[in-house]
Design a protein around this ligand. Structure first.
Ligand SMILES: CC(C)(COP(=O)(O)OP(=O)(O)OC[C@H]1O[C@@H](n2cnc3c(N)ncnc32)[C@H](O)[C@@H]1OP(=O)(O)O)[C@@H](O)C(=O)NCCC(=O)NCCS
Length: 270
């Protein structure tokens, strides 16, 4: 890295210290820093000769500053063409949609929602401050609460039919881990954290590992941490493991927001 590039990145630390009262020149400086990242000159982390991962905190600060400084702007998808019966949702007030984020007309996005390249189907309701991360899908009529994080590739099932069927509900402050699936009217209660790869359907059995108690099926309890497990079931052909949900932790008040710090930063985009 050149001396000029190093000096520029050093400014990220100074600006970070002044982040609550940034000077007017900050936007252009941060833009130049991000150019360095874009071009590969600067990296947020690299593996050193000893094989250790070395983080360049200046780059991380520059990226965080960019979220604070850059204005919202509209863009379009160039030559991409589609055929559908439904139009796409018009830009909604206070909602950020990254290119590749697809939201169909008839889905509600409350202010403060962030849509990464993902798909949200008609009838879905997504409440304030929620993040729909990359390749997540929000099925038709799925109900997503406030400040939820639907991690990359997670799948929230849609329950459009039968008409009377309960849709998937993910309540306020929940976290759905990468590639987790919540389908068939399953429910993620307030503040529950689902580990990566969890599968929760309406019939999934749920166990509290502390007490051994079987909890209501198809539900992640409020303010709990849940991961996938297996229970052994006997069949005529032998004993086999069947998928279930394990409640491995109950979150005390003081623990409830530990892992949401990053989300807060990304959401503070306006
Ligand atoms: C479920 C999760 C939130 C638990 O985090 P935690 O509260 O710190 O708990 P721990 O990591 O100590 O895990 C508790 C136990 O569950 C196991 N476990 C953790 N995640 C698991 C998962 N996804 N599936 C199965 N088991 C899992 C751990 O091995 C650990 O078992 P051990 O105590 O016998 O070693 C976390 O592991 C996870 O999956 N986070 C989601 C990550 C993600 O998808 N991020 C997307 C955005 S970057």
């Amino acid at each position: 890295m050149t001396a000029a590039a190093t000096a520029l990145l050093d400014e990220a630390d100074e600006l970070w210290e002044r982040r609550d009262a940034l000077p007017g020149t900050a936007t252009e400086r941060v833009r130049a820093m991000i150019e360095l990242v874009d071009s590969g000159v600067a990296r947020s982390a690299r593996v050193d000769e000893a094989g250790d991962v070395v983080v360049d905190e200046r780059v991380k600060r520059a990226i965080l500053l960019a979220f604070r400084l850059f204005p919202m702007a509209e863009s379009h998808a160039g030559e991409f063409r589609y055929v559908d019966r439904l139009p796409l949702k018009a830009p909604a007030a206070g909602v950020r949609i990254v290119p590749g984020g697809i939201v169909r007309w008839g889905a509600h996005l409350a202010p403060g929602v962030t849509v990464m390249p993902s798909f949200t189907n008609i009838g879905a309701f997504v409440d304030e401050g929620t993040m729909i991360d990359t390749w997540a899908t929000v099925g038709s009529c799925a109900q997503i609460g406030k400040r939820v994080h639907l991690s990359g590739g997670s799948g929230i099932g849609g329950v459009l039919e039968p008409i009377g069927a309960t849709p998937v509900v993910v309540e306020d402050d929940a976290f759905v881990g990468s590639r987790a699936l919540v389908v068939e009217g399953a429910r993620v209660r307030c503040g529950a954290k689902l580990g990566a790869g969890v599968v929760l359907t309406a019939s999934t059995r749920v166990y509290d590992v502390e007490t051994g108690e079987e909890l209501p099926r198809g539900e992640a309890p409020a303010w709990s941490v849940c991961v996938s497990g297996t229970r052994i079931r006997s069949f005529p052909g032998g004993d086999f493991g069947m998928s279930c949900l394990l409640v491995v932790k109950r979150l005390a008040e003081s623990e409830r927001h530990d892992k949401t710090t990053l989300d807060e930063v990304f959401r503070a985009h306006r």
